[in-house]
Design a protein around this ligand. Structure first.
Ligand code: ATP
Ligand code: MG
Length: 200
């Protein structure tokens, strides 16, 4: 049975922290494919103005081009309305009825997931793969994992890896201060941000 993961994010911009956890997931879970899914209009981030979906998608495409098991989907950016994770998972469950589906998230996602629409359905459709992240306590994560598995009868895989303290928010802030962020993103992404002056 094929093992396919969806990795959702705003990717504004995609950075080495994202690639780090994607490679860890690929290796530790022996996945056949990770589908990076840049969000269209994200339900939780409607306040801040995001870089355009096309540029976020393009940066993900550039960042993932060296690994053939990494693919990028334009499913959410092409949606007219808000993109909900459960709908995306339904779409891929229909598209790949014989695959076992995974959804990759950082710990902040696990802590927040009960605010996501139709969380019950999410646990029915996929195995949730959770990575620790600076700002989230390991014991809180384990407690939350147990609580959710019990409540939704779902499967949560917690991958406790060394932390990499990188976030898109921090990258955007550094850029607005004129700082160099080339150590946080792949070269092609760095060049794209510079050329298009995405976060100046
Ligand atoms: P922002 O600061 O704009 O929210 P972000 O760095 O959190 O950006 P997202 O696109 O929101 O990036 O994240 C997509 C997914 O990747 C989320 O599940 C998030 O938890 C996870 N993630 C991002 N950076 C890391 C990191 N350094 N370590 C572990 N998980 C991460
Ligand atoms: Mg985030």
């Amino acid at each position: 049975m094929k093992k396919i993961a969806i990795f959702g994010g705003t990717f504004d911009p995609i950075h080495n922290g994202h690639l780090y956890i994607a490679y860890e997931a690929l290796y530790k879970l022996n996945l056949d494919e990770i589908i990076f899914m840049p969000s269209g209009i994200p339900p939780h981030k409607t306040k801040r103005k995001l870089a355009s979906p096309f540029f976020r998608y393009e940066m993900v495409r550039i960042a993932t081009k060296n690994e053939k098991r990494f693919t990028v989907s334009d499913y959410e950016i092409n949606k007219k309305n808000i993109s909900y994770t459960f709908e995306t998972l339904q779409y891929f469950a229909n598209k790949y009825p014989n695959a076992s589906l995974y959804f990759v998230t950082g710990a902040d996602g696990l802590m927040d997931i009960e605010n996501w629409k139709n969380v019950k359905e999410i646990f029915k459709l996929c195995n949730l793969v959770v990575f620790n992240r600076p700002g989230n306590d390991k014991y809180d994560i384990i407690f939350q994992k147990r609580k959710l598995e019990e409540k939704y009868k779902g499967n949560i895989i917690f991958l406790d890896i060394p932390l990499l303290d990188i976030s898109s928010t921090n990258i955007r802030n550094l850029i607005s201060q004129g700082r160099n962020i080339s150590c946080f993103v792949p070269e092609g992404v760095y060049n794209t941000i510079k050329e298009l002056k995405l976060y100046d």
